[in-house]
Design a protein around this ligand. Structure first.
Ligand code: BGC
Length: 435
């Protein structure tokens, strides 16, 4: 007995967003943005100041760059040559979690353990040299409040991170202490930035006409260059990159799977948009839908976005690869028709995600244009979902076309691979040479 057809169609419809609804979502995103520019308390997004604008492209010098925002931490030594040119001199990286061996992101681990691990990696990047002065740019990709370019205070962990003693702390202070414990006090963190900001800096360093930077990976978020930022007292701070933390955007209608997943996540009620679109969650949503179809509601099969991408890529006659994945994760040998349905559901979840992300891009483009014409521009995006997930990129383009209509010709999205590292080095250069 295969899946119930009615039930399947109903679930598929839950993950489908037509043009009209997409328009409503884009409009409500823009409205939320406008509210937040007036008073951040009115927006569902955090809209965090970055204390940095776009680079001139002339930044030069050698810097350390720390990319800390997912399970893989990376450190680079980068030489900026100006004119959009740079060279990566050294690169090291290690995961924060190796199942069965260690885990620095779980509830039981501490800030000290986590930052000691990172300091060790930094030490490796400088070959244990404790004499030379190194300036470090830190891409710290979690929602953090800043009052200058150095002091990002973590508001709340996202992406299911749970390490104790980091929320409420200034990430760079924890890093400085760990570097000192290691005897590497010659490494001086001078700038901290969100990964979206890093992508924007990196892309704008190399290419003109870029004002929006986004990450579409394990997590999701976007930043843009806002021309008029004010401090809480209404004093104008001029143009600055604003990290929207739009993973927290909430003024849209989650379906019953989104709601149920949110309830059992590490942080219920938080990051509702991110839980609908990012790579960390898409596999979970698919698993919940499959469990419902199989009458096993509540079961977690541990499906990942990589499983989804392999299923979608399987265009073979018998869907052998997709069946194998289902067998391995779900533990059932399903007939061809049901495997095909699961593959269709996986595609629908990816397409929904891409359409929602596109709606947020369009909202920002509208906001930047105001009542004027939409400027020719590229939206810089980095991240595994954008880069590798089948159907993601093409559906962003398609949805932007539906929303922007004739203005769509003005805008495209471009991949800025590795921007988190390069952007951190650029921010360090901007911090060191600002006077
Ligand atoms: C974080 C953002 C980050 C995004 C992409 C989200 O979970 O809140 O700060 O930019 O992930 O890494």
């Amino acid at each position: 007995m295969g899946f119930n057809e009615e039930q399947f169609k109903e679930i598929l419809a839950e993950f489908t967003i037509d043009t009209e609804r997409l328009q409503t979502i884009a409009a409500s995103f823009r409205q939320d943005l406008q509210l937040g520019l007036r008073d951040v308390e009115l927006s569902s997004m955090r809209m965090l100041k970055s204390y940095v604008g776009l680079p001139s492209g002339k930044e030069t010098g050698e810097y350390l760059a720390l990319d800390f925002g997912g399970t893989n931490v990376r450190v680079f030594r980068i030489r900026l040559d100006g004119g959009g040119k740079f060279e990566i001199i050294k690169r090291v990286g290690r995961p924060l979690i190796v199942p069965g061996k260690y885990d620095y992101i779980c509830k039981e681990s501490t800030a000290e353990q986590m930052f000691d691990f990172i300091a060790e990696l930094i030490d490796e990047a400088i070959d244990g040299d404790h004499n030379t002065k190194y300036y470090l740019g830190h891409t710290f990709s979690f929602p953090s409040t800043q009052t200058n370019l150095y002091d990002a205070k973590l508001i709340i962990w996202t992406k299911e991170f749970a390490t104790q003693g980091v929320e409420g702390e200034i990430a760079n202070d924890l890093l400085v202490e760990a570097l000192k414990r290691r005897g590497a006090g010659n490494v001086e963190p001078v700038a901290v930035l969100n990964d979206t900001v890093a992508v924007l800096l990196s892309a704008a360093y190399k290419t003109p006409d870029i004002f929006i930077g986004s990450i579409y990976a394990t997590g999701h978020n976007t930043c843009y260059l806002e021309s008029s930022i004010h401090d809480p007292n209404g004093v104008g701070l001029g143009g600055m990159i604003l990290n929207l933390e739009c993973g927290n955007f909430m003024k849209l209608i989650p379906n019953r799977f989104d709601k149920e997943y949110d309830e059992r996540s590490e942080k219920p009620g938080e990051q509702r948009f991110e839980k609908m679109v990012s790579g960390r969650y898409m596999g979970e949503l698919l698993g919940m839908a499959i469990a419902e179809l199989l009458g096993e509601k509540g079961k977690n099969y541990g499906l990942t976005s990589i499983d989804m991408s392999m299923m979608i890529l399987d265009e073979s006659e018998h869907l052998g690869k997709a069946s194998d994945i289902i067998m391995a994760k779900v533990g059932r040998e399903l007939d061809y028709a049901d495997v095909k349905k699961i593959r269709e559901l996986a595609s629908a979840i990816v397409i929904r995600s891409a359409r929602l992300v596109a709606a947020s891009f369009v909202a920002i483009i509208w906001q930047r244009a105001g009542s004027g014409k939409i400027q020719k521009q590229h939206v810089a995006v980095d991240g595994s979902v954008y880069e590798k997930m089948p159907l993601a990129k093409e559906n962003i383009v398609k949805a932007m076309g539906e929303l922007l209509e004739e203005d769509a010709a003005q805008v495209d999205t471009i991949l800025d691979n590795g921007g988190s590292g390069l952007g951190a080095a650029i921010a360090a250069a901007m911090a060191v040479n600002k006077d």
